[in-house]
Design a protein. Structure first.
Length: 316
């Protein structure tokens, strides 16, 4: 039986040569265009525009930043690096995007950050919801910002503009953020969050009306400051000093599951609403009165231990 002949498929060298020729033309054209855009003075940075925030507020930063970039090629600048430099220098600003507008204009889209807590790392560092340190540390805690404890050895080199990628911190910030956005927890403030490895984590809450009591007879409140009126003149005292002398401060510990911040806040809101209802308390009433601590280690089986009765409040 005769063997069947097979034909070898061969690509003509002429076709390969034409293909390589066009590839080389494309590469050379790309190199020429890149050299044109990267070296032609027409594309040097001549103007920086700030959008999304008050430009007057950052006039000093804008002048300083413009002087550093003025005359540099707009395509040679790494936008991700510029973004990081802006956030590190300002701290309280998020650079959402940077846009090139030819021939030489950079548009910075900024938005103001706001601290939702402060880290206790020897000193106090204000931090926003994204876990970025917003300002230089202070020896004194800022009033009405929750203090996060227990991360002293977990964050190295804390400084303004540093993004802290610690999982426990992000969970604690998620807890605070969820509490702040819960409309039925507006009467309460978180004062501190204590994170513990291999132990139960806790946060502490207080009634807002203890910190911001209603005006009493003879007390005038203006711009957050209380003024006791005495014999036709007003003597000025800081509001926190007046409240410390006139009202007791009581924090309540809430033991919670760090892995379920959303469930913890939802159940806490239901518990406090239930206590108000059973006690016939109006909104803003003392729902935390006589409470020693609240156990939300298992949000599905919450419990409240009261100081006087020493008994658990019925679970939801």
């Amino acid at each position: 039986m005769a063997r069947r002949k097979t034909k070898n498929f061969k690509i003509p060298f002429k076709i390969i040569g034409i293909f390589l020729f066009f590839i080389s033309i494309i590469l050379i054209s790309a190199a020429v265009l890149k050299a044109f855009f990267y070296h032609y003075p027409y594309f040097n940075i001549s103007r920086i525009v700030i959008k999304g925030a008050e430009e007057d507020k950052y006039a000093g930063f804008k002048a300083h930043f413009t002087s550093r970039l003025m005359g540099k090629n707009i395509f040679s600048q790494k936008l991700s690096l510029i973004k990081r430099q802006i956030e590190e220098e300002l701290g309280d600003v998020e650079c959402r995007a940077i846009q090139r507008r030819l021939p030489g204009e950079l548009i910075l889209f900024l938005s103001d950050r706001s601290a939702i807590a402060q880290l206790k790392l020897g000193r106090f560092y204000p931090i926003d919801a994204s876990a970025m340190i917003m300002d230089n540390p202070s020896d004194l805690a800022k009033p009405f910002l929750p203090v996060i404890l227990g991360l002293e050895g977990a964050i190295e080199g804390p400084k303004k503009g540093k993004l802290c990628s610690v999982l426990e911190l992000k969970k604690a910030l998620s807890l605070i953020e969820r509490k702040n956005s819960a409309p039925n927890l507006g009467d309460y403030l978180i004062t501190r969050v204590s994170l513990a490895k291999n132990k139960t984590s806790s946060f502490f809450i207080i009634q807002r009306d203890i910190l911001f009591p209603p005006p009493r007879k003879g007390i005038i409140q203006r711009d957050g400051v209380s003024y006791p009126a005495e014999k036709g003149f007003i003597k000025k005292y800081p509001a926190e000093d007046v409240s410390k002398k006139m009202y007791p401060r009581k924090e309540v510990e809430v033991k919670f599951d760090l892995d379920r911040p959303g469930d913890v806040i939802n159940v806490l809101a239901l518990l406090l609403d239930k206590r108000k209802g059973l006690s016939a308390m109006p909104s803003g009433g003392q729902a935390l009165e006589n409470v020693e601590y609240i156990d939300l280690n298992d949000p599905d089986s919450p419990a409240v231990l009261e100081t006087k009765k020493k008994s658990s409040f019925p679970s939801l």
